[in-house]
Design a protein around this ligand. Structure first.
Ligand SMILES: C/C=C/C(=O)SCCNC(=O)CCNC(=O)[C@H](O)C(C)(C)COP(=O)(O)OP(=O)(O)OC[C@H]1O[C@@H](n2cnc3c(N)ncnc32)[C@H](O)[C@@H]1OP(=O)(O)O
Ligand SMILES: NC(=O)C1=CN([C@@H]2O[C@H](COP(=O)(O)OP(=O)(O)OC[C@H]3O[C@@H](n4cnc5c(N)ncnc54)[C@H](OP(=O)(O)O)[C@@H]3O)[C@@H](O)[C@H]2O)C=CC1
Length: 447
């Protein structure tokens, strides 16, 4: 038995759940990995010179044992997230430390502590097997998976599953991720695959869409409302392309920051009217490595006021971090909110705290999404209210190049990866709905 037989079943129009349940699971499968014995390979290099193509491997790996509450999924497609870039350049720390720590928690978790890390935090595919205690899903179900892995044995996580002390991001802080032909997930990561999307389109939004939903829309994040001026950094990137859609769909006014005319054009085609090309306008928020330039914050704020008719920002959607955070705090209106989920350009932020306290602003930390938020975000995709922002699709063996593109900011929106799917465009079950949204679905393609 090989993965080829699994693919044949998925592609046959008439395979039943019983047929999938009867398919033997192969001994091994192909997966994208990083290797523990290579964690020092980039020592001494600048971040931008660390090349994911050198650290990312395609290996044949054994299928992990299936535990209670878990599912094995045949992965048709996945996508590249920035967390896989971090893993591949071993920054800010090696993810093998996460696997070791998880492995120490219990007997079953030891499976995750291996000399290789199978990465990837998105998937679209078909359930192959479920473990004891799983009733909501069965072999043959077409699914996407969100990346929240929790144990929920402590009371801490029961109001908001992100607060579980054993909260982990699947495929980053756990093993057996989605950039592979088979993945191991907890069954409560599974959600129905939107029928109007192909496998690679369905695999693209998951992580970033859920994160943007919590960070911007959810009451656990900024709780955006109609009419809010929302400053969105990297508005055509992974997170930003969903934040822009949420702002527009929710009646807010996105002020989109991008770095090229092409990216500005994508934002315009999504419906945004206020766009700042940070490259063309040449903002230099830092005079040198240690000193910011408040005059540049003011120039940036003035430009925002021109675009809003004199209003300041209600919510900043932050993720670049060190480079932009001082400006983000400055341009926020009195009582406004800066919500942050990352620090791509550096995690030691500096800002002028007088502008925060004197103007009663708030900084909110946000990370991925709880089960409910991830489900609600996926529901919006399934209803055609929010669309995938897939620009380019790579084969599994070219994942290193895909991660390189994201690391070097050469991409738009999301970059997809075909795992078992032999070509793009497969897996669409609702052609009628697809036809209604086809322009929006293809908006980011090949730009
Ligand atoms: C969905 C996608 C998401 C993304 O893409 S996010 C971007 C990618 N992710 C990242 O870049 C994050 C990577 N993660 C990290 O960098 C680290 O993960 C953290 C810095 C977040 C945490 O580091 P850690 O080593 O886990 O924790 P510690 O707090 O630095 O050290 C743990 C030790 O510190 C003690 N400690 C914790 N809090 C306190 C306290 N309040 N007072 C005193 N001690 C404390 C603990 O007990 C423990 O101690 P003991 O080492 O002895 O076991
Ligand atoms: N905590 C969480 O749950 C999550 C955290 N993240 C983190 O968020 C960050 C962004 O992820 P994602 O959106 O997928 O990545 P992308 O690379 O797809 O998009 C980020 C965009 O930010 C802009 N940007 C990058 N650097 C700077 C800078 N120095 N100054 C201003 N703008 C900048 C770029 O847009 P442009 O050049 O057009 O301005 C870029 O396209 C990563 O660090 C990732 O790890 C992501 C998802 C979830």
């Amino acid at each position: 038995m090989t993965v080829k037989d699994i693919l044949d079943a998925i592609q046959s129009k008439d395979a039943t759940s019983a047929d999938f349940a009867a398919l033997p699971i192969p001994d091994s499968y192909r997966a994208i990995t990083v290797h523990k014995d290579e964690t020092e390979m980039f020592a001494g290099l600048q971040s931008r010179d660390k090349d994911p193509r050198k650290s990312i491997h395609l290996d044949e790996v054994p299928v992990p044992e299936l535990g209670p509450g878990e599912a094995l999924v045949a992965v048709m497609a996945s996508s590249v997230n920035y967390n896989s870039v971090w893993t591949s350049i071993f920054e800010p720390l090696s993810t093998f430390g996460f696997l070791e720590r998880y492995g120490r928690t219990n007997e079953l978790a030891k499976r995750h502590d291996l000399p290789y890390h199978i990465i990837g935090s998105d998937l679209a595919g078909v359930v192959l097997r479920t473990g004891p205690g799983v009733n909501a899903w069965k072999p043959g179900d077409e699914v996407v998976a969100h990346c929240l892995s929790v144990e929920l044995e402590s009371s801490d996580g029961h109001n908001d599953t992100m607060l579980d002390p054993e909260q982990r991001i699947w495929g980053f802080e756990t093993n057996f991720g989605g950039l592979a032909e088979i993945a191991l997930v907890k069954s409560n990561q599974l959600m129905p695959k939107p029928g109007h999307l192909s496998w690679e389109e369905a695999a693209a939004p998951g992580l970033v869409n859920s994160t943007a939903y919590r960070q911007l829309v959810s009451r656990n994040g900024a709780g955006m409302k109609q009419g809010d001026n929302v400053l969105i950094w990297g508005a055509s990137g992974g997170l930003g392309s969903y934040a822009t859609q949420f702002a527009l769909a929710g009646g807010a006014n996105p002020i989109c920051v991008v770095s090229s005319p092409q990216k500005a054009e994508i934002c315009r085609s999504m419906g945004a009217e206020s766009i700042i090309d940070r490259n063309a306008e040449g903002y230099r928020f830092w005079k040198d490595e240690h000193t910011q330039d408040p005059k540049e914050w003011k120039r940036f704020g003035k430009r925002i006021r021109e675009l809003t008719g004199g209003e300041d920002i209600d919510i900043v959607f932050e993720h670049p971090g060190r480079e932009t955070f001082g400006a983000s705090v400055f341009v926020t209106r009195k009582g406004g909110t800066i919500t942050t989920c990352a620090s791509t350009s550096g995690y030691m932020h500096e800002y002028d705290n007088r502008y925060l306290w004197m103007s009663l602003k708030r900084i909110i930390g946000s990370h991925f999404a709880n089960y409910r938020e991830a489900w609600e975000a996926n529901r919006l995709i399934a209803k055609g209210k929010i669309h995938p922002t897939l620009s380019k699709v790579y084969s599994l063996q070219d994942t290193g190049q895909a991660a390189y593109d994201v690391h070097r900011n050469l991409h738009q929106g999301k970059v997809g990866v075909l795992c078992l799917a032999p070509e793009e465009g497969l897996g669409v079950r609702d052609e009628e709905m697809r036809a209604q949204h086809i322009d929006a679905i293809n908006r980011f393609r090949n730009v």
